[in-house]
Ligand binder design. Structure first.
Ligand code: HDE
Length: 697
């Protein structure tokens, strides 16, 4: 006979509240159906006789299979693949002079949040490291309701007007007839769209740069992209652009490395985020703002409502206002990461929109998409989406209604309170959200027009600014990325059109790309507005720029050992890496480990064949003579070293490992060091090595 559950065990919902939907985690918890009926046998269907047919009355089976059949919800049409974490925002100083937003009032105050990073083009099961933009979406659970800052890791976007978004996304996704390529922009239709839409050019520079192949989700910047408004208690508006800067520093992969990571560990970035947070090494970003008034906006040679433009940090510095720390992994991927519903229209009093036509279109899109994805207007009741402050109104019913409102008051105005009944909530003119009225005299209101403002016409000056501001190594990566992508474009006229646009960006860039394609440089396309030379912005650099960090902190180091490796050397490298804040990862031919010179077996964290050096930020190869002789015959070992060298990583080695380095073609340089010096060398890449290992455009 079935046991009766001892107690209905509650589980925590994402808001810290209790739900009673599931049996608990404890080993004494009893499995029940969704109706709470204890299940006696979870192994066998109910049959008429041991070898007989299954009975329709088996409600345990039917409920289980029914639920399983409906486990998937539509994946996001864009940003389907994502990883997320909980954390908090901590304010550095009060911003009450420029905004009345509650979360920006009191220095030191913490606001809980949930952040989801994503790729854009691929499906939910695609790999983590394609060349792609990364989404950077933050839901702040403030005391005045939820504020969603739904940005990307690149500060500009492909298009200026939301009406082009479906075209852009159709062009980059799998081609309609063949259903490929998955999560890749290197194909005809994307570049066809790009060539025909010069407004994409600035974003293309970013998307072909190393920014689009970040090392981890922890090593990238985030941007709100659009111009927003902060509004203070007196109703004064200040324009603002939001920036997230990672404390970890900025770091990207090389293309060859990204491609190999996709094979070695398709979940590389998801795993990295989860494991780092689980280990207690919490990633952190500083939130900064570029705040400016209308006079400043009007003085710029581009329009701040145009999402294809940045305001360089050298023109307007970023003021740090707080920090975000991600300190807790989701308990359940589906319940939280999959069901979280961001919406740029979720805004709180003290923050407001600008008239950016891309932002305006987004304000409609996200609510609509959530209804499709989550299936009910009540998706805000899902714990990860629900505000953490009190909320209530007279909206009622709908599918999957989870609340049980009491009383008769479901309309407003009502006077039921006068009769001693519940009257329900009322609007509050003093603290409620009010919209900034705008600037009618600046053309912000007028007749109904389907036009693009003249001030949006310059599509090339900032693309040129970006390209010319980069370090030569990054410029070469960018040029090579365009060569790679256009080489996959089979339509020659598309390649020619893109080249003609690139001439406007920089004739030298166009020449390098044309050379890489073995095509002539065409005549420049006719720009809609004259192309200007702007003051260069070193802040845009990744390589040898202000955001690059020489550090072991938050990074992972592969230590290759085999039988006979010197125990002292191995232990001292591990200790040195840990001392620098890094994570050592021992790699051996067999996962059970290797017997070191002291006769003790050291367990490996990973087997050599499954732990290629692309997974690490630098490697140490610590071998004995015999160990090295054996690994000379192992392709994975040779590749381990060869890739580390080709990916410009530090290589520390024991003397006996030298033959393996020789076989892998390693040449000596300042990044190839004696094992004892490994920790001192491992915190950076060796960019000067690149011309020796790679021919770039
Ligand atoms: Fe999105 N975008 N987007 N987008 N977007 C979505 O909403 C859309 C745009 C961004 O982790 C969708 O919940 C339109 C810019 C992120 O859940 C959808 C336009 C930026 C995420 C949608 C844009 C973004 C989305 C798909 C043109 C950077 C993932 C699923 C005006 C500022 C959020 C969903 C997450 C997701 C529409 C342009 C960022 C379809 C119409 C620009 C980070 O609603």
């Amino acid at each position: 006979m079935a046991k009766t559950p001892k107690a209905r065990i509650s589980t925590k919902d994402g808001n810290g509240g209790e739900t009673h939907q599931q049996a608990g985690k404890g080993s004494d918890a009893i499995l029940t159906t969704n109706q709470g009926i204890p299940v006696s046998d979870n192994q066998n269907q109910l049959k008429a006789g041991a070898r007989g047919p299954v009975l329709l009355e088996d409600f345990v089976l039917r409920e289980k299979i029914f639920h399983f059949d409906h486990e998937r919800i539509p994946e996001r049409i864009v940003h389907a693949r994502g990883s997320a974490a909980h954390g908090y925002f901590e304010l550095f100083e009060s911003l009450s002079d420029i905004t009345s937003a509650d979360l920006f009032q009191r220095a030191g105050e913490k606001t809980p949040l949930f952040t989801r990073f994503s790729t854009v083009a691929g499906g939910a099961g695609s790999v983590d490291t394609p060349r792609d933009v990364r989404g950077f979406a933050v839901k702040f659970y403030t005391q005045q309701g939820n504020w969603d800052l739904v940005g990307n890791n690149i500060p500009v976007f492909f298009i200026q007007d939301a009406i082009k978004f479906p075209d852009l996304i159709h062009s980059v996704k799998m081609e309609a007839d063949r259903g490929y390529p998955q999560a890749a922009s290197a194909h005809d239709t994307f570049w066809d769209f790009v060539g025909l839409m010069p407004e994409t050019t600035h974003m293309i520079m970013w998307a072909m740069s190393d920014r689009a192949i970040p090392r981890t989700l922890r090593h990238m910047q985030g941007f709100g992209i659009h111009t927003f408004r902060l509004v203070n208690a007196k109703g004064k508006s200040t324009f603002v652009k939001f920036h997230w800067k990672p404390k970890q520093g900025l770091s990207s992969t090389l293309w060859d490395e990204a491609v190999k990571i996709a094979g070695a560990d398709p979940d590389f970035q998801r795993r990295d985020l989860f494991e780092t947070i689980a280990s207690g090494d919490f990633p952190e970003w500083e939130l900064g703002i570029q705040a400016f008034d209308e006079k400043f906006a009007d003085s710029l040679p581009y329009d701040v409502l145009d999402s294809t433009k940045i305001i360089p940090e050298e023109v307007l510095p970023v003021r740090p206002i707080g920090r975000m720390v991600l300190d807790r992994n989701p308990d359940n991927f589906f319940a939280e990461t999959e069901q979280v519903a961001y919406c740029p229209a979720n805004i709180v009093p003290g923050i407001d929109f600008s008239n950016d036509p891309l932002l305006q279109g987004r304000l409609f899109s996200y609510l609509d998409t959530q209804l499709k994805r989550l299936g009910s207007t009540n998706f805000h009741q899902i714990p990860v989406n629900a505000p953490k402050c009190p909320f209530g109104n007279f909206q009622r019913d709908g599918q999957m209604q989870m609340t049980t409102p009491t009383g008769r008051a479901n309309y407003e105005p009502n006077s039921l309170a006068q009769a001693g009944e519940e009257g329900g909530p009322r609007e509050c003119p003093a603290t409620g959200f009010t919209s900034f009225e705008g600037r009618p005299e600046q053309g912000e209101q007028g007749g109904k027009l389907r036009i693009r403002p003249e001030s949006f016409a310059d599509h090339y000056s900032q693309a040129r600014l970006f390209f010319r501001s980069l370090d030569p190594a990054e410029q070469a990566h960018l040029a090579s990325a365009i060569v790679f992508e256009l080489s996959k474009v089979s339509l020659e006229h598309v390649r020619t059109r893109v080249l003609a646009n690139l001439v406007n960006v920089d004739p030298e860039l166009a020449g390098r790309v044309a050379d890489g394609l073995a095509m002539p440089v065409p005549q420049a396309s006719k720009p809609a507005a004259p192309v200007k030379d702007m003051e260069l912005s070193p802040a845009l650099r990744l390589v040898r720029g202000p955001h690059e960090k020489d550090t072991l902190q938050g990074r992972k180091f592969g230590i290759l050992i085999a039988d006979g490796s010197d125990a002292n050397a191995v232990h001292s490298v591990i200790t040195a890496v840990k001392k620098g804040g890094g994570t050592p990862f021992v790699v051996a031919p067999k996962v059970g480990g290797a017997k070191l010179s002291d006769g003790k077996v050291m367990a490996a964290d990973g087997q050599l064949a499954g732990s290629p050096s692309v997974l690490f930020d630098a490697v140490a190869v610590l071998l004995s003579d015999e160990g090295c002789a054996m690994l000379l015959k192992e392709g994975a070992a040779v590749q381990f070293v060869m890739d580390a060298f080709a990916h410009l990583k530090a290589i520390g080695f024991s003397e006996s490992a030298a033959p393996l380095l020789d076989k892998a073609g390693v040449e000596s340089d300042e990044g190839v060091v004696d094992a004892a010096k490994f920790a001192g060398a491992a915190g950076k890449r060796y960019w000067d090595r690149e011309p020796k290992v790679r021919m770039l455009a």
